[in-house]
Design a protein around this ligand. Structure first.
Ligand code: T1G
Length: 707
C-alpha cells in the first residue's frame, strides 16, 4: 500500500489484547492524523468488552520522533497531544507502550502517559524539545521526573540529549536485551498484566518526595548550565517546569507546563531554532543531482599535506573507517603529522571518548607516503597545501598525472577560484572543493564547492560522503571566499573601521558577544592571528584599494609585529599562558593617529550602530550571494553561519535573523549608513538589489526562489 494512502494508525486485536500501531513515515511524527487515529483506536478498544489491555507500538523503525514540527506554524493542533495522553492515562484498561525503536519528544511523552512501558535495553529515548526553543509540552516535564527522578529528568529535558533505556530502569517495566525478542516478550508481559487483574498504574498518582529535589539541586543545575545556555530562552523555562513537578499535583503541574510551553513557542528563538532544524536537513536537498545520478565508491582517500588542516581532515575519514594515505614530500613532516594525529586520539582516549583499541584501529587506517605515486589508487584526494594559487595549480597538475581515471580531485581551498584550479587538469569534471573548517576534525561544517564543470555524480558523491564523515555539507558556488569567508569580510572590515572611528575593541567585542556570537571579532582576530587577514588582504588589493582606511588599524598592528595571541599581543595584550584579552590603550592611540592621517573624525558610537554595522553588511553580502546563485537558498547560508562561525542558533542564522526583524529594517539601516558615512558609506553600504526588492515587497529571504 502506498504510504500516502495508508492509515496513520491501525489496530490488530490479538485475543484480549488490542495492538495499536502508528505508521506515519518517515519518523512517525505525531501529526493530526496520528492523534486522531490514536483517539479513535484507543476509544474503540476501551468500548470493546472483549479487550482487556491495549498496546501502543509502531510499524516504523522509530516508535515516534515526536510532534510534527512542520505543523507548529499552522497552529492546527487540535486534537492536541495532551488530549490524547489524558485519554490514555485515564483509561480504565491498562495501556502498555512497546517502544520498538527510538522515542523522542511527544513520542516519549505518549509512553510516559501509558500505564506500563517496555523496550529493549539499547533503545534511545529523549526529550529534545529544548533544541527547538520549546519544552516538552505534553506532560514530559511532569511525568518523567515522577518516573526517572528529578535529577535525571532535569538533565534529559534541559540538555535534550538522547539516553539509553537501560539508564532509565524506573521508567520501564520490562527491558528486553534482544530487540528481536521485544514483541514476543512484551505480549507475554501484557498477558501477565491481564492475569494479574489488569491493574492500571497511573504516573499521575506518583508523588515526588520534595527531599529528593531540594532547592539547591535546581540552583546548582542553573549554575552548571549557565555558560552553554547563555542567551537561550527555553532552558530556564524547562527548569521551571520541572520545579513545578515537585511543587504541584500533576493537573496543576500540567497547567504550568502548558503556560511555559506557550511562552517558549511564541518566542523568536523558537521560530529560529525550528527554522534551523529544517534548514540543516534541507541543505542536503540539492537540485544538482537526483535519485538516478550515480555515486562513485570511495574506498580510499589521499590527503596532501599532513599539517593542521591535512591531519584534521584525515582524522575524519579514519573516524569513519575509511583508509587514508597522507602525502608529504619530507619524511619528517609526515612523521610529525602522524604523531600529532596519534596524540589527538590518545587525548580523546584519556577523556574516555575512545578506547585504546579505537586509537590503534584508527591509526592503522592512516598511512603515509613521500611520493605522489602513493596516490595512484585513491578514489578521492584532498589537497590541503599552502593557500596560494600557483601552489594549488602545481599540485593539481601533478594529481592529473598520477591519479587513476574517475578519482575525485578535491581542494580544501578556503577562498581561491576552484575553476582556475580545475583548469590545471585535463579532468575539470572530477574537480570539486571540500572546504573544511579548522579544526577540521571538530567543526561540523563542510562547504562543498562546485566548479563550472564539476559533474553531478562527483557532487552527489561528496554530499553523501559528508554524511558518512559526520559533517553538515552545504553546496556552494565559486566566488572569493565562497559563502562563509565572503560574508565574514564585511564583518571584519566594519569591526576594524569602528575602532578607527573611535570605538574601543572591547566595546565592539562586548556588543557582539552579547548578541550571541561565541566571541567578539577582535578577540577572534587575535586568536586566529591578525596576519591571516593581513595576507588575504594583500591578495585582494583590487577589491579594497579604493578605500585607504581598509583595515588600517589591523595592518598597523601586523606591521608592528602584533599578530595576536600567539605572540602575546595583537588588538589586546595577553599575559603569558593566558588567553584573557587585556585592553591596550596604545591601540587606541594607533587608531587616533590613523584617523587623523585619513581625516576621519572620531566620535562616540552607540551600541546599536556598532551591532548594525557588523551584522547588517554581513546579511547584505548574503543577499548578493543569493542573487548570484552562490548559495541556492537563504537557509543554506544560515547553516554555514551557525556551524562555521558560531552565529547563535537561537537567532537561526543571519538570514533568518533578518527575516525575523524585517528586511525593511535592514534595508533602511543600510541606506542610512550609506548616506551618513560620507565617501566610506557610499563605498560599502549600498544595499544589495535583492535586499531592496524583498524589503519593498514586504517579503523574506526565505521566500526567495531563484528564477
Ligand atoms: N516533525 C516533522 N518532521 C520531522 C520530525 C518531526 N518531529 N523529525 C524528523 N522529521 C523529518 C526531517 O525533517 C526529515 O525530512 C525526515 O523527517 C527525516 O529526518 C509536544 C512539541 C527523529 C532522530 O525534536 O531528531 O514533540 O529532510 O533526516 O536522521 O512535547 O529526525 O527528509 O524532508 O532527521 O533518521 C520533538 C526531531 C518534536 C525530534 C530521526 N522531537 N527529529 O533522525 O532522520 S516537538 C524532535 C530528529 C515535540 C512535544 C513537543 C530526527 C530523528 P526530509 P532525519 P534521522
Amino acid at each position: 500500500m502506498e504510504a500516502e494512502n495508508q492509515a496513520a494508525v491501525v489496530r490488530q486485536n490479538q485475543g484480549e489484547i488490542a495492538l495499536i500501531l502508528m505508521q506515519n513515515p518517515p519518523v512517525n511524527a505525531l501529526s493530526k492524523a496520528v492523534r486522531v487515529g490514536l483517539i479513535e483506536e484507543i476509544q474503540a478498544s476501551l468500548d470493546d468488552d472483549s479487550i482487556k489491555a491495549i498496546v501502543i507500538s509502531s510499524q516504523q523503525k522509530l516508535f515516534s520522533g515526536g510532534a510534527d514540527i512542520s505543523e507548529f506554524s499552522s497552529g492546527n493542533l487540535e486534537p492536541n497531544l495532551p488530549a490524547v495522553l489524558d485519554l490514555i492515562e485515564n483509561a480504565q484498561k491498562p495501556v502498555i507502550a512497546v517502544l520498538n525503536g527510538p522515542a523522542f519528544g511527544g513520542g516519549l511523552e505518549v509512553a510516559l502517559s501509558c500505564h506500563y512501558r517496555i523496550t529493549f535495553s539499547d533503545n534511545k529515548v529523549g526529550l529534545p524539545e529544548v533544541n527547538l526553543g520549546i519544552l516538552p509540552g505534553a506532560g514530559g516535564t511532569q511525568r518523567l521526573p515522577r518516573l526517572a527522578g528529578v535529577a535525571t529528568a532535569l538533565d534529559m529535558i534541559v540538555s535534550g540529549k538522547p539516553v539509553s533505556a537501560k539508564a532509565l530502569p524506573t521508567v520501564f517495566d520490562l527491558l528486553v536485551s534482544d530487540p528481536l525478542d521485544l514483541l514476543n516478550e512484551a505480549m507475554g508481559f501484557v498477558q501477565q498484566v491481564i492475569a494479574d487483574g489488569a491493574i492500571v498504574k497511573r504516573v499521575k498518582d506518583i508523588v515526588i518526595d520534595p527531599a529528593s529535589a531540594p532547592a539547591e539541586l535546581f540552583a546548582q543545575y542553573r549554575q552548571g548550565i549557565a555558560k552553554q545556555a547563555r542567551g537561550f530562552f527555553s532552558p530556564e523555562r524547562c527548569i521551571q517546569a520541572v520545579e513545578a513537578s515537585v511543587e504541584l499535583p500533576l493537573a496543576e503541574g500540567l497547567k504550568k507546563e502548558g503556560e511555559l510551553f506557550m511562552e517558549c513557542m511564541r518566542s523568536p528563538q523558537a521560530r529560529a531554532q525550528q527554522h534551523f532544524f529544517f534548514a540543516e536537513r534541507a541543505a542536503s536537498h540539492v537540485s544538482d543531482f537526483d535519485k538516478t545520478t550515480p555515486v562513485r565508491e570511495v574506498k580510499k582517500v589521499g590527503i596532501i599535506g599532513a599539517g593542521t588542516m591535512g591531519g584534521g581532515i584525515a582524522m575524519n575519514f579514519a573516524n569513519a573507517g575509511i583508509p587514508v594515505v597522507m602525502l608529504e614530500l619530507k619524511q619528517e613532516a609526515l612523521d610529525k603529522g602522524l604523531a600529532v594525529i596519534r596524540k589527538n586520539y590518545t587525548n580523546s582516549a584519556k577523556k574516555g571518548k575512545l578506547t585504546e583499541q579505537d586509537v590503534e584501529n584508527r591509526m592503522a587506517l592512516l598511512n603515509g607516503t613521500t611520493d605522489y605515486a602513493g596516490l595512484a589508487d585513491v578514489d578521492l584526494v584532498i589537497e590541503a597545501v599552502f593557500e596560494k594559487m600557483e601552489v594549488k595549480e602545481q599540485v593539481f597538475s601533478k594529481l592529473d598525472e598520477v591519479c587513476k581515471q574517475g578519482a575525485i580531485l578535491a581542494s580544501n581551498t578556503s577562498t581561491l577560484d576552484l575553476n582556475q584550479i580545475a583548469a590545471a587538469t585535463s579532468r575539470p569534471q572530477d574537480v570539486i572543493g571540500l572546504h573544511f573548517f579548522s579544526p577540521a576534525n571538530v567543526m561540523k561544517l563542510l562547504e562543498v564547492v562546485k566548479g563550472d564543470e564539476t559533474s553531478a555524480d562527483v557532487i552527489k558523491t561528496c554530499m553523501q560522503l559528508a554524511k558518512k564523515i559526520r559533517k553538515v555539507a552545504v553546496l556552494v558556488g565559486v566566488c572569493f571566499g565562497f559563502v562563509g569567508n565572503r560574508m565574514i569580510e564585511p564583518y571584519g572590515r566594519e569591526s576594524n573601521r569602528l575602532i578607527l572611528e573611535g570605538a574601543t575593541p572591547e566595546q565592539v567585542d562586548k556588543i557582539i558577544y552579547d548578541f550571541g556570537m561565541p566571541m567578539g571579532p577582535n578577540t577572534m582576530g587575535d586568536m586566529a592571528g591578525l596576519d591571516i587577514g593581513y595576507f588575504v588582504r594583500q591578495s585582494r588589493q583590487e577589491f579594497i584599494s579604493h578605500d585607504p582606511s581598509y583595515c588600517v588599524v589591523g595592518n598597523r598592528l601586523v606591521e608592528d609585529g602584533r599578530v595576536g595571541l600567539k605572540v602575546g599581543k595583537g588588538i589586546y595584550l595577553y599575559e603569558s599562558g593566558s588567553r584573557k584579552p587585556i585592553p591596550d590603550p596604545s591601540v587606541l592611540e594607533i587608531a587616533k593617529q590613523e584617523a587623523e592621517k585619513l581625516n576621519v573624525a572620531q566620535r562616540d558610537l552607540s551600541d546599536e550602530e556598532i551591532l548594525e554595522r557588523c551584522i547588517f553588511p554581513l546579511i547584505n553580502e548574503g543577499a548578493y550571494i543569493l542573487e548570484e546563485g552562490i548559495a541556492a537558498k537563504s537557509s543554506d547560508i544560515d547553516v554555514i553561519y551557525v556551524y562555521g562561525y558560531g552565529f547563535p542558533v537561537y537567532r537561526g542564522g543571519p538570514m533568518q535573523y533578518a527575516d525575523e526583524i524585517g528586511l525593511d529594517k535592514v534595508y533602511n539601516a543600510m541606506c542610512q549608513y550609506r548616506d551618513s558615512l560620507g565617501e566610506y558609506g557610499k563605498m560599502w553600504f549600498e544595499p544589495a538589489p535583492l535586499l531592496k526588492q524583498l524589503a519593498e515587497q514586504g517579503k523574506k529571504f526565505a521566500d526567495y526562489k531563484p528564477a
